[in-house]
Design a binder for this molecule. Sequence first.
Ligand code: CP
Length: 309
Amino acid sequence: MAPRHLMSPLDFTVDETEKLLDLADSIGRDPLKYSHICDGKKIATLFYEPSTRTRLSFEAAMMNLGGKALGFHSSDSSSATKGESVADTIRIVSCYADICAMRHPKEGAPLVASIYSGIPVINAGDGGHQHPTQTLTDMLTIRSLKGRLDHLRIGLCGDLKFGRTVHSLISSLSRYPGISFVLISPEELRVPSYVREDMKSKNIPFEEVVRLDKDTMADLDILYMTRVQKERFFNEADYVRMKDFYILDRDKMEVAPPEMMVLHPLPRVNEIAVEVDSDPRAAYFRQVQYGVYARMALILTLLELDKGV
Ligand code: CP
């Protein structure tokens, strides 16, 4: 049977997503129960672009399940430097591992890999396009902290043009009733038109604003901060001009709603002042732990080991 892959959060129906999040919840409550389900299994992490959280959390997830991890952390340390294609690489890796997580600077590279793969391929971030496992992490975090994924007003702030986590989160949450978005970005870093058109076609309420202030944050349930994606800029001067456009600090948090949770996919640069970390509404480090549970649940789901656990 052909393996199942994850390229976009929409590859899972809402029902399947909820089941996966339920499984992640269950793993979080009793991780030891799952500690041998993947005995003898291996995950290959093929990272053509830098990562701390995504690669290490995939490897930790497989190890937590009793399996092992292998892979490379940059294209420089793989035969990509000799000119090997993604298609050939995944054919080879399919002989070594049971499942693969791939990050690549080119949009669509994990999709190409999935076409030639004998094992499930997970898109671990492709250029400025999609980052579906960050979305599963974000959804698990939101559902755990807010108790629901519907009827939420979500502010997304920063680099909404290149921020792949934003694109994936919008598309996934748009399937839930009562969702509205406040898109906070400089003019130059607004969401791509395909994301905007998709929200319009689904009648999702959204507004686009430039300022992050008291009025903008009023009524927000979640403020999702993002960094300006330095690596996607063609021009250093543009990055320097944009990089400190938003800084969420203690003063801003003082005028924010008392129940507004702050999320960030990380890494953070300057967009959240360190003084915010001790605010009980700052959830971005808790989000990291949810990412391990979400990826454990995803591995079990794609390997079809999720039945009866
Ligand atoms: N959130 C995220 O993708 O982080 P890394 O780039 O460190 O994997």
